[in-house]
Design a protein around this ligand. Structure first.
Ligand SMILES: [Ca+2]
Ligand SMILES: [Ca+2]
Ligand SMILES: [Ca+2]
Ligand SMILES: [Ca+2]
Length: 264
């Protein structure tokens, strides 16, 4: 059988259509696929709620600290990094209550990372020994239990302070660090609405750290502009979308620091 011109064109059109169909069926690589290899999973404790990244044993390789908040089997788990993206089996550290908002930072200026986390009506601190082990927990009372805390330096003395948000009391608590891993008593500041998240940054460029709280009950963020001495101006707020649950601060346009927040 001899192909006519029309039949040849029809065959070409058919092949092109099939080729186009095949291309369209191939999954387009997502942005995440281009940035990350396949996900790996590593066991933590039960119901991990927050995670922090930092070198806990001084080998220059990032490790993980995870706060696990299962009602019956809460703890911290320490995951030492091997440097290839995998981790050695976990070390479990018991806590007195369910731990939230774990942070890795150096609180006593010995250049060894320490742990800070919320635990019941306290901020708990465990100073690092430099080998991935930690001293006993030191507790610093706060006014209520909370699930959000951020490190800051609101009095500009170079010593790490902590800001804790108290959702039910519509307050933020500040614990000024003394530089040895301990803190002064909590001082609280009123905000407009119940908030479940706090972030820190210099929003007005005056060199003093400011605090931003996501007001899940107020459809806004509360802002406390810092005076650089551990105290703040009266709270101001900025409307957001519906029930923002989280907030962070970063330079999004290269000119001014802007707010970013996640609506519920
Ligand atoms: Ca390490
Ligand atoms: Ca330290
Ligand atoms: Ca400070
Ligand atoms: Ca400021």
């Amino acid at each position: 059988m001899v192909n006519t011109g029309n039949s040849i064109r029809s065959t070409l059109v058919m092949k092109m259509a099939i080729a186009c169909l095949m291309v369209s069926c191939l999954p387009a690589p997502s942005s995440a696929d281009r940035l990350f290899e396949a996900r790996q999973e590593f066991a933590a404790g039960i119901e991990p709620d927050s995670v922090a990244i930092g070198d806990l044993d001084g080998d220059g390789v990032a490790d993980l600290a995870v706060a696990n908040v299962d009602y019956y089997e809460y703890d911290l788990t320490i995951h030492k990094g091997r440097g290839d993206g995998t981790f050695v089996p976990v070390l479990s550290l018991p806590t007195d209550y369910q731990p939230y908002s774990i942070k890795i930072l150096d609180l006593n200026d010995d250049h060894i990372n320490d742990l800070a986390y919320l635990c019941g009506y306290s901020v708990a601190v465990r100073l690092g020994n430099g080998d991935g082990s930690f001293g006993q927990a030191m507790d610093f009372l706060v006014t209520t239990d909370s699930d959000s805390m951020t490190p800051c330096d609101v009095n500009g003395d170079g010593r790490a302070d902590l800001a804790v948000v108290h959702r039910d009391q519509r307050r933020v608590g500040i614990l000024l660090g003394l530089g040895d891993g301990t803190f002064e008593g909590e001082v609280t500041f009123d905000i407009d609405a119940g908030s479940g998240s706090v972030a820190v940054g210099d929003l007005d460029g005056d060199g003093h750290e400011d605090l931003v709280m996501a007001d899940i009950n107020g459809d806004a963020v509360s802002i406390l502009f810092g005076r650089g001495n551990g105290f703040f101006d009266d709270v101001s707020s900025q409307a957001t979308g519906y029930e923002p649950v989280d907030v962070d601060v970063g330079d999004l346009n290269g000119v001014l620091t802007k707010l970013g927040f996640a609506d519920a």
